[in-house]
Design a binder for this molecule. Structure first.
Ligand code: CO
Length: 157
């Protein structure tokens, strides 16, 4: 495994690009990339990491759910898509490994359903709420070239 350098800054070109869908899974290459992303996320004390944050504009993310509970779970997602979401939103403080030292309150959907492929190319569906749903929304934003700071002003509308 290897630690990957993290792209930083609100104007970083890679962070601001829309990432491409993975069309064909190369299991060996993808497995190594997921291993490296997990190691990089843990080393940085993150609870989520998207491929553009390590310089790769592809639709791949790693999420660390239920952090600090007895049900900690790391989920690797290829081509994640939010296919359902609640009307209710929650405003909570958020940060990002690509914007170190900054935190602000962001409104996110409280519940959602996400569809994705795992590292073997098998389709998976997860229903999530609260912080776990927030992590997915934050990471999917990264794949669209969006950063949480773009959404901060919406809280004041
Ligand atoms: Co982030």
């Amino acid at each position: 495994m290897a630690l990957l350098p993290i792209e930083k800054g609100p104007l970083n070109k890679i962070l601001r690009s829309v990432s491409a869908r993975i069309k064909k899974i190369d299991k060996k290459k993808l497995g190594k990339f997921f291993d490296d992303m997990r190691e990089t996320m843990f080393e940085a004390n993150g609870i989520g990491l998207a491929a553009p944050q390590v310089g790769v504009n592809e639709r791949v993310v790693v999420c660390f759910f239920n952090n600090g509970s007895d049900h900690e779970l790391i989920v690797e997602m290829v081509n994640p898509e939010i296919i359902e979401r609640s009307d209710e939103m929650l405003v909570e403080e958020e940060g990002c490994l690509s914007l170190p030292g900054k935190f602000d309150k962001v409104a996110r959907y409280e519940n959602l359903t996400v569809k994705y492929m795992d590292r073997k190319g098998k389709e998976q569906v997860l229903q999530l709420n609260g912080l776990n749903a927030r992590i997915v929304q934050h990471e999917v934003d990264h794949l669209e070239g969006k950063l949480y700071v773009d959404r901060v002003s919406q809280n004041h509308l």
